[in-house]
Design a protein around this ligand. Sequence first.
Ligand SMILES: CC(=O)SCCNC(=O)CCNC(=O)[C@H](O)C(C)(C)COP(=O)(O)OP(=O)(O)OC[C@H]1O[C@@H](n2cnc3c(N)ncnc32)[C@H](O)[C@@H]1OP(=O)(O)O
Ligand SMILES: CC(C)C(=O)C(=O)O
Ligand SMILES: [Mg+2]
Length: 515
Amino acid sequence: MRKIYIFDTTLRDGEQSPGVNLNMQEKVEIALQLEKLGVDRIEAGFPAASPGDLAGVNAVARAVKNATIVGLSRSRTQDIDAVREALKDAQDPCIHLFLASSPIHRKHKLRMEKHQVLEAAEAAIRYAKQYFSKVEFSPEDAGRTELDFLCEVTEMAIRAGATVVNIPDTVGYLTPYEYGNIFKTLKENVNGIEKIQLSAHCHDDLGMATANALAAILNGADQIEGTINGIGERAGNTAIEEVALALETRQDFFQAKTGLVLSEIARTSRLVSKLTGMPVPGNKAIVGANAFAHESGIHQDGMLKEKTTYEIMSPETIGLKESKLTLGKLSGRHAFREKLVDLGYDLGDEQLNTAFGKFKALADKKKNVTDEDILALIEEKLIETPEVYVLETIQVSYGNQSTPTATVRLKLQDGSYLDEAAVGNGSVDAIYKAIDKATQEEVELGDYSIQSVTQGKDALGEVHVVLSQGDYSVQGRGVSTDILEASARAYVDALNRLIEKRKTPARGRDNVTLI
Ligand SMILES: CC(=O)SCCNC(=O)CCNC(=O)[C@H](O)C(C)(C)COP(=O)(O)OP(=O)(O)OC[C@H]1O[C@@H](n2cnc3c(N)ncnc32)[C@H](O)[C@@H]1OP(=O)(O)O
Ligand SMILES: CC(C)C(=O)C(=O)O
Ligand SMILES: [Mg+2]
């Protein structure tokens, strides 16, 4: 199987992401993880950029033993000397020289003619070659360079001693067909091309960085340059994890593989995200939080029956424990039952149906239904008390300069309704007074407590109340995303328990019904 070399530039092009700044320790920490991941080459920085970056590259060169350490340099002697200094302790150093070759860059940025580009690049490669056996050369903006001139530049680089020629699509402009064609053309037309490695370096401005890198592989590229999580200048670089998993999953098609330890991918992704401060989007291929998560009922049912129905690779491959079946409003009974079994509940069909109905109602209101949400729903449901009153609606009018007013509607077992309104010292007080009027129960509120049972802005609030009437004392509990609704539910729940309790002989105030 053909080996594709992985050149990681998270610490160089990745650090060019706006807002990212890695200090020496952070560079070393990431580099050591990249070494574990098994990348072949680590571009640690641009030593001429600053004394700090030179020190960072030097620290990486001293720490890493099992990868080539690369330093970037313009085609200028002072930059090359900075790389020499930075890599003096590296076991396996490599310099990466670049000079733009496209007409736009030649004319506007470098203000050079073609022949000047050739001469300057050749001089730089020859100078660098005195100090480095491994020299990579990049004609920057190769993607927008005339193909015949690109062949000329590549041939010059080989003659001057480059060991790798990299073809950057610097501005992410090309389509996979066009990018692949460059590699094919170089392979077919450049003298000495077999002596060097050809490398692909793509940017994601049009979302084609990974597709372009794969097209390069199909057309003879030996090395892929990229970053972890695809971070990098503007829209970023090819995401290394995407190329690695594409080759792994579609070996039948590409007939090529990397030497990466794939099970280190998730850990590396997390570390890079943490130290760069760049969050990984949930839907990011391979390493996004949703990459192995299934939300809809039909998919979840398929997954429970056979994972390959909806997963083309397994989370274990990249070092994750397992796929996730997240419960939401689109989930079905199979996944819901599975979750309940996980949580220790084995409900009969009828109970399951009731719980599922409540779950769907909650999921309509709440983005993420968590285990705690489900436990709260189930525990509430499993303790059966006849519902003499069912809270239908509440409406509360509140202003800090006016008296809170609440209107409630309760449904009775015969299908009729009780509607009442009341004012109170606060919104909850108004609700409770309205319920008292509607039910004509005289009760004393002994305790009221509220807690959040789940997290986030749409968390479930759980209200506990203790009501007493004569010798009877009962607790009630209500759960809702709205604390006023939870308060009303808790009160109505307690009243229902009170009515049930009155049917049995009183056992005294201390004997509180626990739910
Ligand atoms: C496609 C890429 O990702 S390339 C890498 C981009 N990364 C970076 O630029 C990060 C590090 N860069 C830096 O810290 C600074 O730009 C430095 C230290 C390299 C240079 O800083 P300055 O000397 O202040 O120059 P400045 O950045 O403003 O301009 C770049 C100069 O380099 C020239 N230049 C650009 N590329 C090259 C090259 N490959 N070889 C030689 N000269 C080059 C430009 O034409 C310009 O020259 P001029 O001053 O004669 O007009
Ligand atoms: C330095 C070069 C290889 C680069 O990052 C680019 O052209 O995108
Ligand atoms: Mg780049």
